[in-house]
Design a protein around this ligand. Structure first.
Ligand SMILES: CC(C)(COP(=O)(O)OP(=O)(O)OC[C@H]1O[C@@H](n2cnc3c(N)ncnc32)[C@H](O)[C@@H]1OP(=O)(O)O)[C@@H](O)C(=O)NCCC(=O)NCCS
Length: 271
């Protein structure tokens, strides 16, 4: 071990007897003064955000909280609640199914937005061209562009609401708005290249917001877990209060939902 380094080094929190400080601010000054998204940005970035930046993050946290039991994370938490495990384990069960396919596409969106941002001309005049090229590349490789499309929604109502918060933060000079412009340019490019209308989904629009806030792509799944965690607490509690026990993924004996497709019944080989 490096003699000059402590075992754990952190710039986030300083805990001493009778004293807790976050990024230099005393906890007793923060409690009652800062909101949850302000605290989250203080923890992640080291400084208190502007009011409208915090409102944008608050919007992201509210937007992703729940999508009903048809979302695997919600179903998993509810199913877990019927199995007699601890309440926090129910929440963790839901959180643990979040990944690149469910709830985590925003990490890839952020990487793409940052990559396009690095290629943008100062006046952004090459944005449509860059967006078209990327969509053509995805199409040629048969890949789906993360952050776009939705199983249920042709227009995701959450995207327009976050757009409004972004617009407000931009008007107040607290964000630049570049990543929202990139997200919308990709939306239009998908229409041009694929000839279909695909919604900017919650991952895509949240990714734009987190880029505007200067956060690294790696943080996306963590922020989404905080957001969805709120919904999972409500769903696990509701299922628990309904008193179901050992609820499976679908009604039992329904062969339209569970179908055996293996070999037929056969004799066990005698020795
Ligand atoms: C979410 C998702 C799985 C829904 O897919 P879906 O149910 O097939 O959606 P649709 O039926 O509306 O798709 C219509 C067509 O658009 C294509 N499409 C959908 N999303 C696309 C995307 N992001 N990029 C490119 N093409 C896409 C589909 O392949 C389909 O084409 P086809 O008819 O030639 O097969 C898909 O949009 C996707 O994988 N998106 C990227 C990942 C993502 O953002 N996930 C977070 C979701 S909240």
């Amino acid at each position: 071990m490096d003699d000059n380094k402590a075992w754990w080094e952190t710039e986030i929190i300083n805990v001493r007897p009778d004293s807790i400080e976050f990024r230099g601010y005393k906890i007793q000054d923060l409690i009652g003064s800062v909101t949850y998204p302000e605290m989250l940005l203080l923890l992640l970035k080291g400084e208190l955000p502007g009011k409208y930046q915090a409102r944008l993050l608050e919007g992201v946290l509210v937007a992703g909280c729940d999508h009903g039991p048809n979302a695997p994370s919600v179903a998993a938490a509810r199913m877990a609640a019927t199995c007699g495990i601890s309440f926090n384990s129910c929440i963790a069960t839901g959180i643990n199914v979040l990944g690149d396919i469910h709830g985590g596409a925003g990490e890839q969106s952020m990487e793409i937005f940052y990559q396009l941002s690095g290629q943008l001309a100062d006046d952004e005049s090459n944005l449509p061209e860059l967006a078209d090229a990327l969509c053509r590349e995805f199409k040629a490789e048969g890949k789906k562009l993360p952050g776009f499309g939705h199983r249920f929604h042709k227009i995701d109502p959450r995207a327009a609401a976050l757009d409004r918060l972004a617009q407000e933060a931009k008007e107040k000079g607290e964000i630049e708005g570049k990543y929202f412009r990139i997200a919308h340019a990709l939306h239009k490019a998908l229409r041009r290249v694929l000839g279909i209308e695909l919604a900017i989904n919650i991952d895509g629009i949240s990714a734009a917001a987190l880029c505007e806030l200067g956060l690294p792509a790696k943080v996306f799944k963590g922020v989404f877990s905080l957001s969805r965690g709120m919904g999972l607490v409500a769903h696990a509690l509701e299922e628990y209060m309904q008193g179901s026990r050992l609820k499976g993924p679908c009604p039992k004996n329904d062969e339209t939902l569970v179908k055996y497709t293996g070999v037929g019944e056969r004799e066990f080989p005698s020795s």
